[in-house]
Design a binder for this molecule. Structure first.
Ligand code: ACO
Length: 342
């Protein structure tokens, strides 16, 4: 039998600086009405000059570890999902491991764009299922504002900065019931950001900016989130009506609403906070999970659907049976028969 895992701590961190739609109106030819109607975003957070993916990840991780009551020294592994690392290497996970003082842990990054956190979470649960490790920190952290072209109105209204983290521990009676991860690399040119190690083309870039075919991604996103949810629900032996809460990637409110509609779910069954944070790529699901917990929306035994899509193209989902955060409560002692045999 494989070992079950549970999420024992959830943390988030968003930078202090708020960039509103009114601020964007002064930067590009756009309007608050257009942005709210087409994306659902009202404001987003932008990192300070001295912040990076690792500094934000450390903040989110500290909150998650505190909630789990886990000492960083007891972590076996740090997995970080990011598309906006501090540098090409070392891994952001190693920087976070060092910043936390997680001296007993290994560390590596995963890059699967907005599916990065789900890929990291799936990886963590597999390390636990085999019995290899007992305590893993999974961080999703993004500093996308440094790869956004602030003169491109089609992308700058969407993306933002932030970090989320979870502590995944062995034990409990719930955990992942199923997950699916998919990729179609032939769609790479519809959503990408180049980097310094690509084939030189003789042009000196101003920066390595996010490039996106928004209409194409919109259609892909709804179809991908719909099919991944159905596939993972079926794999878990459940029906769509068994899902208590969907925590979707926060890319665009219209994409989230179109997905719940395609699945025949009431829209309020999906957690939404894209209005306050924009699209934080691999940080969006753990940030939404933390806020779902703060709002009292996670109950023991609930079936949570994590669903996401992103540049790759990639998409995936996981069905997770919820176990309360914090240390595991001791199991009640069985009532033994008395010595007289009664
Ligand atoms: N303000 C005002 N007008 C704008 C803006 C803006 N910020 N951006 C585009 N427009 C204009 C366009 O130029 C176009 O004008 P035209 O009709 O004169 O050509 C018009 O608005 C409509 O443009 P569309 O692209 O058709 O608008 P759409 O309704 O598709 O909304 C959007 C655009 C919001 C980008 C939408 O397509 C979308 O959300 N796509 C998915 C994006 C996404 O999720 N990306 C991230 C994926 S994964 C990851 O996180 C890495």
């Amino acid at each position: 039998m494989t070992v079950r895992s549970r999420i024992s701590g959830i943390g988030m961190y968003v930078p202090e600086r708020v960039l509103t739609n009114a601020d964007l109106e002064r930067m590009v030819d756009t309007s608050d009405t257009w942005i709210q109607d087409r994306t659902g975003v009202r404001e987003r957070r932008i990192a300070a000059d001295d912040e990076t993916a690792s500094t934000m990840g450390i903040q989110a991780a500290r909150q998650a570890l505190e909630q789990a009551e886990v000492d960083p020294k007891d972590l076996d592994l740090v997995i970080t999902a990011t598309t906006s690392p501090d540098g090409m290497f070392p891994a952001v996970a190693s920087r976070i491991q060092d910043g936390l003082g997680a001296t007993g842990a290994g560390a590596f990054d995963v890059n699967a764009a907005c599916v990065g956190f789900l890929s990291g979470l799936a990886t963590a649960t597999q390390f636990i299922a085999t019995g290899a490790y007992e305590r893993i920190l999974v961080v999703g952290t993004e500093l996308l504002s440094r790869i956004v072209d602030w003169s491109d109105r089609t992308t700058c209204v969407l993306f933002a900065d932030g970090a989320g983290a979870v502590v995944v521990e062995a034990g409990g009676q719930g955990g992942p019931l199923s997950f699916v991860l998919h990729s179609d690399g032939s769609g790479a040119q519809t959503l990408y950001a180049d980097g310094p190690c690509g084939v030189p083309n003789g042009l000196e870039p101003d920066g390595y900016y996010i490039s996106m075919d928004g209409r194409h991604i919109f259609k892909f996103a709804v179809q991908a989130m719909d099919s991944a949810t159905r596939e993972s629900v079926e794999m878990a032996g459940l029906d769509l009506s068994d899902i208590d809460l969907m925590i979707p990637h926060q890319a665009n409110l219209r994409i989230i609403n179109a997905t719940t509609k395609a699945l025949g779910m009431p829209p309020e069954r999906a957690m939404v906070n894209v209005d306050r944070y924009g699209n934080t790529s691999s940080a969006s699901i753990p940030i939404a999970l933390r806020e779902a917990w703060e709002q009292g929306r996670l109950h023991e035994g609930d079936r949570i659907a994590f669903v996401t899509f992103g540049g790759g193209l990639v998409w995936g989902a996981m069905i997770f049976e919820w176990v309360p955060v914090g240390p595991l409560r001791p199991v009640a002692e069985p009532v033994h028969a008395t010595a007289s045999g009664n």
